[in-house]
Design a binder for this molecule. Structure first.
Ligand code: ADP
Ligand code: ASP
Ligand code: MG
Length: 404
């Protein structure tokens, strides 16, 4: 059986007219004799709206009910797609995760798909049906509904491609593919033809919303090629694939930036074993995600300074947790909102000396101050004032010849 998995994101199903277009795309694959498995997200804005409602109902809305509530948007989109296919004379029906089932494990709001039961869907495909499957959701071993993290229908699609051994997995979205940087932030961004899992994972984790990071991990682990393309225009998109398939390597493949970051510095922390763990333990207990962490070498062997970044929305909570933490001693707490993490990513930097210098010099030429630096083999990230993000993005995009 030649199976293709097609995933449609929120903007691709955001309006009735767009859903009609989606049905045409599906019909075209059917004409090419593919067995088509469709995964849909909720209509754009719906998931955000449901989350807002949960907060209005209660500040302590439970995680289990959160999953029931926010997964409901996908049901609407799936049934509308099926309805349109039926209208065109095609056999189709919607499937919610519990009906298949799609099994997940892990915490509510952030589960991971571990297994998908194939029998009912395979039977339906053999009968000529086109299943429209709700992305983003699953069930756990207690038969409770779960969700798999924001943007999670990308991961639903990739796991379906894995379990059904699909020939292709196509992610349809509102841009033509993966770009050198967010095309909605920088007009000069260029579409990338092919990108390795490693680079895509870094880009996704560092702010390129076009693919959800977990989905790229799943694709990499299972060696699934992923095509990202537009549901609005008929043009070739981007192929996410293994390194050895990539023919052209630039030094830098892409640049990302984040929006809502905040920086926290503890000055004069008593330098003794376990102090960093004592600072971060209460944060992890409250699910506060700590990102960049820098600790200075203690000049006098007694005191050190520790800086880290978190999401702006967690700033107040974090401040209180640190102030109430009896296990740590420090001289001063400095908080800074409105910072942005800018990252350059590319496997080419492993073999090219001087990339770090070029990045720092480019920022220096624009008089942009670097607050924190962190690196891995294939990325360099700097923390800068949020107001300088665009300026830095433009300059670095040009410096590393991504405009070309
Ligand atoms: P969908 O609803 O299809 O899941 P998303 O909104 O999750 O779509 O992702 C698509 C968006 O990702 C684009 O509209 C674009 O603004 C943003 N984006 C951020 N970085 C990039 C990038 N490097 N390449 C392409 N799109 C990007
Ligand atoms: N609808 C979900 C969200 O907005 C899942 C997705 O879009 O992939 O996060
Ligand atoms: Mg998305």
């Amino acid at each position: 059986m030649r199976i293709v998995v097609l995933k449609f994101g929120g903007t691709s199903v955001g309006k009735i007219s767009k859903i009609k277009k989606v049905a045409e795309i599906i019909e075209n694959y059917k004409k090419k004799k593919y067995k088509v498995i469709v995964v849909s997200s909720a209509m754009s804005g719906v998931t955000n709206d449901l989350i807002k409602k949960s907060k209005e109902i209660s500040k302590n809305f439970s995680d289990t009910e959160y999953d029931v509530l926010v997964s409901s948007g996908e049901q609407v989109a799936c049934s509308l797609i099926s309805g349109r296919l039926n209208h065109k004379g095609l056999k189709s029906r919607s499937w919610l995760a519990w009906q298949i089932p799609v099994y997940t494990e892990g915490f509510h709001k952030n589960s991971r798909i571990i297994k998908i039961n194939k029998s009912k869907i395979l039977k339906y495909l053999k009968e000529g049906g086109t299943p429209i499957i709700a992305g983003f959701q699953g069930i756990n071993n207690k038969d409770r509904i779960t969700t798999i993290g924001r943007g999670g229908s990308d991961a639903s699609a990739i796991m379906l491609a894995k379990f059904f051994k699909a020939e292709r997995c196509v992610i349809y979205t509102d841009v033509e593919g993966v770009y050198t940087t967010d095309p909605n932030k920088l007009k000069k961004a260029k579409k990338i033809k092919e990108i390795s899992y490693e680079e895509m994972l870094e880009m996704a984790s560092l702010g390129a919303k076009v693919m959800q990071p977990v989905s790229i991990q799943d694709a990499r682990l299972n060696r699934i090629d992923v095509e990202v393309k537009s549901s609005f225009v008929r043009k070739s998109g981007t192929l996410i694939t293994k390194k050895s398939n990539i023919t052209q390597n630039k030094i830098i493949t892409g640049i990302t930036s984040t929006n809502n970051d905040a920086k926290i510095t503890l000055l004069g922390v008593k330098d003794k074993p376990g102090v960093a763990a004592s600072i971060f333990k209460p944060l992890s207990e409250k699910s506060i995600n700590v990102d960049m962490v820098v600790q200075n070498i203690s000049a006098n062997g007694k005191e050190t300074d520790l800086t880290f970044t978190i999401k702006s929305e967690d700033l107040n909570k974090t401040k209180n947790l640190i102030k109430d933490n009896k296990k740590i001693n420090f001289r001063k707490l400095v908080l800074e909102n409105g910072v942005s993490k800018l990252s350059i990513i590319g496997v080419g930097m492993v073999t090219t000396p001087g990339v770090t210098f070029r990045m720092f010099q480019t920022l220096a030429n624009k008089r942009i101050n670097i607050k924190v630096i962190s690196t891995s083999e294939i990325k360099i990230s700097v923390l800068i004032d949020k107001k300088n993000t665009k300026k830095a993005l433009v300059a670095l995009h040009k410096e590393f010849k991504l405009d070309k």
